[in-house]
Unconditional design. Structure first.
Length: 380
């Protein structure tokens, strides 16, 4: 059976990324850059052995890793050489080797498989993306000197895959400093098949790259929550009702401790529900006289505040009012505007609709109004 190994080059100092600690040891989305990188390779069954090449100052960073860790050299080439030499010393050296930069933690399983497949029919295979932007050469003063032809140009990525014996011989013969192992292979006349790279497989270099990687990794585990709310208020004496913050003249009023805005209460409870944080009654006890006759806007604003504190954004609100009368439809646009103003959710993400209960039940008999609401929260 073909034996495949991977060398993860993690010996760089990564000063351009800032932050003091070399980038491969810095945390993104809760884990070190190298841990994300290793996960991708550990998940490929064909890869039997993984070697990590690290700097001598970073021994403490690798001490808990189960993989074989070897010291790097002065240059990237020297570090790769040390990784290859470690494989030579192993009982059965591999037939094929993938060489990858630790600072590309977003390497996907599909990309690694593409490189391995490329190696089935070629002496070497490496991922790259065609250059699509126009290219210029600039002068020292930051002005365009000339336009450059981009045809046939690629942006190189890793992992780069080789027959083990041939890349070992190429490294042994190589003189100078190479940007990557394809350059070393090229110098030894090894034919390298280009396989399709991946925009997400970028090398973390600048502080902005960390933010981008964090966003992508967090996106993969995005926290999306829905919440529902239900409320009922009974009719009593009065000459108006307040629904979703809008006052509607009516022959009766809704009874309740606060302003009895049944729609806004359902929406507020839906937000508390999505946050897993109780309900209106817990946050604003009816036994507390300060909430007597209170505008329900206070409750809704409180729920929105809690969501914001926990970095959640409300992405939609859907509220249904259930009653025979008054007619809701004519007031729905005002209700949506009012809710948008209170919640800071765009009005096109808010729905207020109404239904009757076909004259059945308490809403059908005109004894009160019910409301249900669903909302969605997304962690920002
Ligand atoms: Mg209520």
């Amino acid at each position: 059976m073909t034996k495949t190994a991977a060398i993860i080059v993690a010996a760089g100092r990564g000063e351009r990324a800032g932050g003091g600690t070399p980038k491969q040891w810095r945390i993104i989305a809760g884990r070190r850059v190298l841990d994300w990188t290793l996960d991708a390779f550990r998940a490929i069954p064909e890869i039997g052995e993984i070697i990590i090449v690290h700097h001598s100052n970073d021994l403490s960073h690798v001490s808990n890793l189960p993989e074989l860790c070897v010291l790097g050299g002065e240059t990237r080439d020297a570090s790769v050489r040390n990784g290859l030499d470690a494989l030579v010393r192993s009982d059965t050296p591999p037939d094929r080797v993938l060489i990858h930069d630790a600072a590309r933690p977003l390497v996907s399983r599909d990309l690694i498989i593409r490189v391995l497949k490329g190696l089935d029919d070629n002496d070497a295979a490496a991922p790259a993306l065609p250059v699509v932007d126009a290219l210029w050469r600039g002068n020292a003063a930051g002005h365009v000197d000339s336009a450059q032809d981009r045809s046939g140009l690629y942006r190189a990525q890793t992992p780069q895959g080789f027959r083990f014996a041939s890349i070992l011989a190429a490294h042994e013969a190589f003189v100078g400093i190479a940007a990557d192992d394809v350059e070393v292979a090229n110098a030894a006349d090894i034919d390298v098949q280009i396989v399709l790279g991946d925009e997400n497989n970028f090398k973390i270099t600048t502080p902005a790259d960390f933010a981008r990687a964090e966003q992508i990794l967090r996106g993969a585990e995005m926290d999306v929550r829905t919440g529902n709310g239900f409320d009922v208020h009974r009719f009593g004496d009065g000459d108006h009702v307040i629904l979703c913050g809008v006052t509607i003249p009516y022959a009766r009023g809704l009874q309740g401790h606060s302003d009895a805005d049944v729609g806004m209460h359902a929406i507020t409870d839906a937000i508390y529900g999505a946050l897993g944080d109780g309900d209106i009654g817990q946050h604003f006890p009816p036994s507390d006289p300060q909430w007597k006759g209170a505008a329900s806007e206070i409750f809704l604003k409180h729920a929105c505040g809690l969501a914001e504190q926990r970095s959640f954004k409300i992405t939609n609100i859907d509220c249904t009012l259930i009653c025979e009368t008054p007619k809701i439809g004519p007031h729905a646009p005002d209700m949506k505007s009012k809710l948008a103003e209170i919640t800071q959710v765009n009005v096109d993400r808010i729905s207020v609709k109404a239904t009757t209960s076909e004259r059945l039940g308490f809403t059908g008999r005109g004894e009160g109004i019910a409301s249900i609401a669903t909302i969605t929260l997304v962690q920002a």
